[in-house]
Design a protein around this ligand. Structure first.
Ligand code: ARG
Ligand code: ZN
Length: 896
């Protein structure tokens, strides 16, 4: 948001407020452009001052507010008793005794285009208050450590606003005498910070269900959405009930109110929001059915529904002391939703997908100018810290904690955390302390994961001494320099491992020589197949290893690090075939593909022709055929590392066109050698003819699509159009997953019939915004320099709107973040397009604009020509006079 003199906020400056606000009574007279908000706040001094001394002023946050009236204990204040600017309210001399401050403001939901605070879209009033949106509704201590009990009354015409919801339980409702208006009063007995406040009012359809908690409490569940879309909420309802049960079974956490409501809205900046008892969702994470959602969408709905529900304990019942602690709730809750999805689906497949996501989103962030610790210590705009680092790396820390402490130790720490801090607003230190106390472990070094930015690099070399029957491992860790230039201490890196013997079984050992520093905990961990790398360097010698073994390290991706192991291609082929750890089988094949692409890139870049090892093509075919693995796993194993991942590895003077070419060449090579086998393998695993979104059938479809990809790549390599099968599938598909997969291939591989298919798809889904988003995204991702023109033309399509975040993300962000060859056109036109889009959008919606701005985060990796263009576009943006704090913060940090 636009605020005067965007000052830097620092963790070290934290101090509690002078006053507590124990209850908040809100009264909303809802009106599209002039909603009147009356807030009655019960205020008291936290530490009563000596009676003769004057109380310090009470200073509340605001953002663009219009004050109408203000009272203290029912008395109208005179002008010299307070000061109100749009962004701040100051009561100069508050009373000594607890008092009621009543503030009347007027706001304009209809013209709130930033979609923060109270806004109206498609005729529905909605709120989004995290992180600092509540101050756009009324003056308040808009910070997470001020917890109050809220009672919310709202009033609006019955016609047009039949549904009126807020947090907690509905305690009263009815007509407003002598008018066509009605009112509702909601009460939330749990003290909460302002960012968890929510209100929704409008004409909405709904579905309802009931959940009985472990202790027998009946909870009424509701999901609200646009009329006519109710049936598409069924899967979300099912996911909600499964989440509620799972949290009871796995974390011992029960739901605590009589109602739990979810509202799906179509204009929403983020994914979803965990407001107490009233979650508000971007409708893309609620609405799915076979015809309008893909397998992926089902998985996302399940994951996000779970995520927001799990926040009830990790976020709402226990919240953050300040916004530096954001990972306290987000990292932990992502970890919890990942565990849930792993239990609902296949654990290795979920883990691999998450690691792909981590490498795609978090590693580049950690390696670039926007790198920050999971628990940052300074920010200019908190909205810019809802990052992959806080969320995904934050989740990795929780996963590591569980690994280091063991399942029981972790659960004991969680139990203590819930018991000790319920109702509190706490810090990462409080969280970690619970685990230290519950297990007696010293977690000081482990905590560095929260404080040091950058992805650690771990190197491993190994030697086997046949005579002595010893296998020695030398491990080292290196912590990269990050923008904060802080010196780094070695971190505690948990490395799951096994010593894979010739027959593929893990070999045992008799004992281990290692640094004394390994300590009891380290020795105990070794017994569990876990090396705790705590020093900069460490040597371990395993004695009594009866045969030559290949070390399989970082199993399950036990830590978010880059691993460089001295494994030969032969070793990797061996692990890809033999490792008992499914993750590392996938990873071994990925490593081989990465090596192949990296060396191919160097060859192409210096004017040669890339050539590849035929064994790689055979290994892909073998994995495709291996029925020990479920189809979803095999589909993932067939996917090559992404262009972005490769660019990160090249790390210097990257030419995205050559990256693309090399990757295509490898796909063509594998296709030529192995497409037939892969296609046959996929045919042996067909999905059920009637669509079902379950993980097994989704995996079977994914395997089919992966096979198509190699068939087409093979055709291309031979100069033929192999698109017949894909075109037929596009026409006969009975579900969106298949139709979209076919469309994607037709468009991205530029096959005959792609534009007819695009037209048909548009026709079919012209009244379904969420599916149209995919239509835009498919086109935004078409590789090649020409795509920019198409994207520019698409911004003129009547179906496009800069006002709908989902639409902007699907076209513009997809282009900037998901299409390296097009965005990084050598002439820089892609950068200028994006920079202009950011500047325009910033005037109406700074949060969305600043998210687009992060597309530039890896520009320094590029070859000098593109780098210069990107920098020029960024500088031009930085020079614009009225940039929001949100965008300015990203642009300035990106330029460094
Ligand atoms: N807490 C929400 C979640 O579940 C996200 C809120 C995002 N807010 C923001 N200002 N970016 O993850
Ligand atoms: Zn969250």
């Amino acid at each position: 948001m636009q605020r005067e003199g965007a000052a830097v906020v620092r963790l070290e400056d934290y101090r509690p407020t002078d006053y507590a606000i124990d209850t908040v009574d809100l009264d909303f007279r809802l009106d599209p452009t002039a909603t009147q908000v009356t807030a009655s706040l019960a205020v008291r001094r936290r530490e009563p001052s000596p009676t003769q001394a004057e109380n310090p002023p009470l200073i509340l946050d605001g953002d663009g507010l219009k004050l109408k009236q203000v009272f203290v204990d029912g008395r109208t204040l005179s002008a010299d008793e307070y000061e109100a600017t749009p962004n701040r309210f100051t009561l100069h001399t508050p009373p000594h005794e607890p008092f009621t401050l009543k503030i009347v403001t007027e706001i304009d939901p209809e013209n709130n285009t930033a979609l923060m605070g109270l806004y109206r879209s498609s005729g529905v009033y909605t709120t989004q208050c995290e992180a600092e949106g509540f101050r756009r509704i009324t003056y308040f201590y808009d910070r997470p450590d001020v917890l109050a009990v809220y009672t919310v009354r709202m009033e609006a015409p019955r016609a047009g606003t039949p549904v009126m919801l807020s947090n907690g339980n509905l305690i009263q409702s009815g007509p407003v005498d002598g008018s066509d208006r009605h009112y509702a009063v909601w009460h939330d007995p749990f003290p909460k910070p302002s960012y968890l406040f929510a209100l929704v009012a409008g004409d909405l359809g709904s579905i309802h269900d009931e959940f009985v908690t472990a202790s027998g409490r009946r909870v009424r569940l509701g999901i609200f959405c646009e009329h006519g879309k109710e049936e598409r909420c069924r899967y979300a309802m099912d996911a909600l009930k499964r989440s509620m049960r799972w949290d009871e079974e796995v974390f011992g956490r029960e739901y605590d109110l009589d109602v739990f409501n979810i509202v799906a809205v179509s204009d929403f900046n983020m994914g979803a929001m965990e407001n107490k008892g009233l979650n508000v969702f971007n409708d893309k994470y609620v609405l799915v059915d076979a015809e309008t959602g893909t397998d992926m969408d089902y998985a996302h709905v399940e994951g996000v529904i779970a995520h927001e529900y799990f926040h009830n304990w990790t976020g709402d019942r226990i919240t953050c002391r300040d916004w530096f602690q954001l990972c306290l709730k987000e990292g932990l809750t992502v970890f919890r939703d990942q565990e849930f999805s792993s239990d609902m689906r296949s654990r290795p497949v979920k883990r691999i997908s998450d690691v792909i996501g981590l490498r795609q989103a978090q590693f580049p962030e950690d390696a670039g100018p926007l790198a920050h610790p999971v628990r940052p210590t300074a920010y200019r705009e908190i909205n810019n810290f809802y990052t992959a680092t806080v969320y995904e790396k934050g989740a990795e820390i929780c996963r590591m904690l569980k690994l280091v402490l063991g399942d029981e130790g972790f659960r004991a720490g969680m139990d203590l955390y819930f018991e000790r801090h319920d109702g509190g607003a706490v810090t990462i230190e409080d969280f970690i302390e619970c685990f230290a106390e519950a297990t007696g472990r010293d977690l000081t070094q482990f905590s560095l994961w929260y404080h040091q930015a950058g992805t650690p690099k771990v190197t491993l070399s190994h030697t086997y001494d046949e005579k002595a029957e010893t296998l020695s491992l030398s491990l080292a860790q290196e912590l990269p320099r990050t923008p904060d230039n802080k010196p780094k201490e070695p971190q505690l890196i948990p490395l799951s491992f096994g010593l894979v013997g010739p027959d593929g079984q893990d070999l045992s050992w008799e004992d281990v020589d290692g640094p004394a520093a390994l300590g009891e905990a380290g020795k105990d961990a070794l017994g569990r197949g876990l090396i705790l790398l705590s020093d900069k360097e460490m040597n371990l010698t395993f004695r009594g290893v009866r045969a030559e073994a290949v070390p399989s390290v970082l199993r399950g991706f036990s830590a978010p690090v880059h691993l460089e192991a001295d494994l030969t291609d032969d070793d990797l082929f061996f692990l890809a075939r033999q490792d008992t750890d499914a993750f590392n089988r996938w990873e071994a094949l990925q490593s081989l593909a990465r090596r192949a692409i990296l060396s191919g890139y160097q060859t192409l870049a210096s004017g040669g022709a890339a050539s590849f090892d035929p064994r790689l093509a055979a290994a892909f075919a073998e994995l495709a055929e291996n029925t020990d693995f479920d189809p979803a796993f095999r589909a993932l194993a067939l996917a090559l590392p992404s262009e972005n991942e490769i660019a990160q590895l090249i790390a210097k003077d990257v030419d995205p066109d050559i990256v693309y070419e090399t990757r295509q060449a490898l796909a063509g090579f594998i296709g030529e050698k192995s497409a037939e086998r892969i296609v046959e393998a996929a045919k042996r695993e067909p999905a059920m003819p009637a669509y079902s979104p379950d993980a097994d059938n989704a995996g079977r479809r994914a395997l089919t699509f992966a096979a198509w990809r190699y068939q087409i790549a093979a055709g291309k390599a031979r100069g033929q159009d192999e698109g017949t099968q894909v075109r037929r599938s596009f026409e006969t598909a009975t579900n969106l997953t298949e139709r979209l997969a076919a469309l994607r291939l037709l468009v991205h591989e530029n096959l005959t019939g792609s534009s007819a298919a695009l037209d048909a798809f548009f026709e079919r889904y012209s009244d379904n915004p969420l599916v149209l988003d995919k239509w835009f995204a498919v086109q935004a991702m078409q590789p090649g320099h020409e795509t920019l023109k198409k994207v520019e033309a698409l911004t003129q399509n009547p179906a496009f709107s800069w006002k709908t975040p989902n639409r902007v993300y699907s076209l513009v962000r997809t282009f900037g973040a998901g299409n390296p060859t097009a965005f990084n056109r050598p002439d820089g036109a892609g950068y200028h397009f994006l920079a202009n889009a950011i500047a325009d959008l910033d005037k109406s919606n700074p949060s969305v604009a600043s998210r687009l701005a992060t597309c530039f985060r890896s520009y320094r990796l590029l070859e000098p020509g593109r780098r210069t263009h990107a920098e020029a576009a960024l500088r031009a943006l930085a020079d614009r006079p009225d940039l929001s704090t949100d965008v300015a913060d990203i642009v300035i940090r990106t330029l460094g």
